[in-house]
Structure formats: C-alpha cells, structure tokens
Design a protein around this ligand. Structure first.
Ligand code: DAH
Length: 330
C-alpha cells in the first residue's frame, strides 16, 4: 500500500501521473487485480477482504486527486510564467516614412493646373530622336543639342532629357484647343549638388486658334502659379533662348531666403531662376501638322522647386533613400 501511494506522490508531471492512474485504477490495473482475488477468498472472509480493499482504494483515490490538483496548479503557473509579457520593455518601433518631398511638390503643381482645367498627360521615358529633339526644332546639327547630355541606347533610342516630347505626342494624338501639363521623370548625364542623372519636370502647353493665346496670358498664369507655390514673391521674365519657343523667357522669383537683398543662394543677385517658357515656335507646329494656331509652353524642374521650398542644400540627398530625410516631412 505504501509502495502504491509513493508512486502517486512521486509523479512529477500530469503525464507521469496519468501513467500511474492507468497502472493503479485501470481496467487491467493493480486494484482490478486485487478485486479479482475475491473469488478465491473463503466465504466468511469475503466481507472483510472487500471492505479492506475499498478503504485502500478510497485512500489511493484521495491521494491521487490531491496530487492531480497540485500538479494542475503547477502546470498553470508554468504556462502563465512562460507567456508573461513585460510591459515595461521597449518594443521595436516600426519605421514610418512620408510622402517624398519631390512627389509632394509635384502634387501641389498638378493641383494648381488641374484646377485651371489643364489635362495631365504622360509619355514614355524611353524616347526617340524625333519626339525628344527633331520635332522640338532641335535638328541633328543644331548646337542647342549640346545643352542636353543625353543617355543614348545602341539602337538610337534615348532616355528623354525633358518632358517636352509629351507636347509633341499630345499634339499628334489630339486636335487643338489643348491645355495640358506633363509631369514626369527625365534623365541627363549630370551629377553634382544641384544635378542628378534622374529628376522630374513638369511641362505645360496651351494651344488654340491663332491670336487666342498670347505672351500676356503666359505671363499672368505663371506669375499667379509662382505666387501660389512660393507665396508673396516678385516675378520677372528675362529674355532667353529655347529652340522650341520664340520668343523665349526664363522666369525668376525674388529670392525667398534673403527677400531679394542678395545672399549666397541667389549668388547675391536677389533672384532665383525657376522656369523656362515662351511662345511655341512655328517649326514645332509644322512638325505636328498644326496650322493657324498659336500657343505657349513652359517647363520646370520639380526638384529645384522642392529644394527651394524646403531649403534642401544637396539635391542628391533626395535620392539616397535615407528614412531620416522623409521623417522630417511627416
Ligand atoms: N525643355 C526645357 C528643358 O528641359 C524646359 C522648357 C523650357 C520647356 C522652355 C518649355 C519651354 O516648354 O518653353 O530645359
């Protein structure tokens, strides 16, 4: 009897206790074996024998139940301990980015022109000579091609150096009147604090019947646009040259860093150059088969706008993929 009780007490897990239960109380267990001996006990002793067995069985059952309870509590405590969470520990903080300042600036530019009923057009980044140069009045021998350091493919294809080819594609696909902008990615072989080989431009084009589109329209829309982007700035138009416009102008805003007094960023001129524009050259209309129309066009670099609006000193930092840059724009 002591031996059987020890078996119960020594069981140190619910599994080993289960084994003991089968060994003692099972159908073929030790107690069943003892009860089977009844039939060999002489008649007068049967009663006392049975009583003794029943008492022992009850004692063993009580020990078993007590051990079971104790092991069960131990088990629960073990699980609770292993699943415990230390709420005072630091967790891993998920890194959160933000809309890239170039895309945010692009969206702001697009919003302005969409509100004025301009359509938003796009074209391929891999262009051909005709759309990127030829149709824009930049014939092969023209020295203005030197202004563009172009990535060429072996087959004569190229990565577009500006979004102006989208003008050509849109004019070839639709009929005037046209009021469009073309935001997009462009490529040039250039790399320093203000140039990266990949950057973004927004091109604009308005075409209508001859006499309906003037330089005065261009001046007024761009002045309003630049004040929308940069706030209360002065805007000036300087005569310039682009092969696809005649006359052409470069547009400056009064320096937003020194308010026109002159500083390092504006090279002490008080002005910052922000875009190019002009009246569409007749040769461009000829290339797309347009007659009796007039139009204006403009083009700007989105990175330059973003750099000025956010005072970002090195353009290359916009493309390093460092999350700390984005975190500043959340
Ligand atoms: N395509 C020019 C460039 O990449 C930008 C530009 C200037 C576009 C004047 C125009 C324009 O439409 O009229 O530098």
């Amino acid at each position: 009897m002591k031996e059987l009780e020890d078996k119960i007490i020594q069981a140190n897990s619910l599994e080993s206790l289960e084994k003991v239960r089968v060994e003692l109380f099972g159908k073929k267990g030790i107690l069943a074996g003892e009860f089977a001996k009844m039939k060999d006990v002489p008649g007068p002793e049967k009663r006392a024998f049975a009583q003794g067995l029943n008492e022992n069985k009850a004692k063993l059952q009580a020990s078993f139940d007590a051990r079971y309870e104790a092991l069960k509590v131990e088990e629960i405590e073990r699980v609770l301990k292993s699943e415990a969470i230390d709420v005072s520990l630091y967790g891993t903080v998920a890194q959160k980015g933000a809309l890239h300042p170039v895309m945010e600036t692009m969206d702001k530019i697009i919003d302005y022109f969409v509100a004025l009923n301009f359509s938003v057009e796009s074209g391929p980044m891999v262009e051909d000579d005709f759309h990127n140069f030829e149709a824009l009045n930049l014939p092969k021998y023209h020295p203005a091609r030197d202004m563009q350091d172009t990535f060429y493919f072996k087959d004569g294809g190229l990565l577009r150096t500006h979004t102006s080819p989208v003008q050509i594609r849109t004019m070839l696909e639709t009929k005037p009147p046209i009021r469009m902008i073309a935001p997009g990615t462009v490529f040039r072989r250039d790399f320093d604090v203000t140039h990266t080989p990949m950057f973004h431009q927004v091109e604009g084009l308005v075409v209508d019947e001859k006499g309906k589109v003037s330089f005065a329209n261009l001046k007024s829309i761009l002045t309003d646009f630049l004040q929308y982007m940069f706030g209360d700035v002065d805007v000036r138009f300087r005569p310039s040259f682009f092969p696809f416009t005649e006359p052409s102008a470069e547009v400056d805003i009064s320096c937003i860093f020194c308010e026109g007094k002159g500083c390092r960023i504006c090279s002490h001129t008080g002005w910052l150059e922000v875009l190019g524009c002009g009246i569409v050259d007749p040769n461009v209309f000829k290339a797309v088969g347009y007659e009796d129309v007039s139009g204006y066009a403009f083009g700007l670099g989105v990175e330059r706008f973003a750099m000025l609006m956010h005072k970002i000193p090195d353009l290359r930092s916009l493309f390093e993929g460092d999350i700390r840059l984005l975190e500043q724009f959340r």
